[in-house]
Design a protein around this ligand. Structure first.
Ligand SMILES: [Zn+2]
Length: 63
């Protein structure tokens, strides 16, 4: 079974799908800030590597 090393989340502002790489050096659970390449607004990304997939959520950093 190949490990998945990228994942997609919808931008919480513009709903555009964003592809991100999962950085294994940061551990199985990570959160980081990412600027949407489409609308340039900051997103809080929370990603967790589980047994066979990557669960990710994207949260607005701005209110
Ligand atoms: Zn966006």
């Amino acid at each position: 079974m190949a490990y998945q090393d990228s994942f997609e989340v919808p931008c919480p502002y513009c709903s555009e799908t964003i592809s991100l790489d999962f950085d294994y050096s940061q551990g199985k659970e990570q959160s980081f800030e990412f600027d949407c390449p489409v609308c340039c607004r900051p997103i809080d990304i929370h990603a967790r590597h589980t047994a066979d997939s990557i669960e990710a959520e994207a949260v607005r950093e701005l209110d």
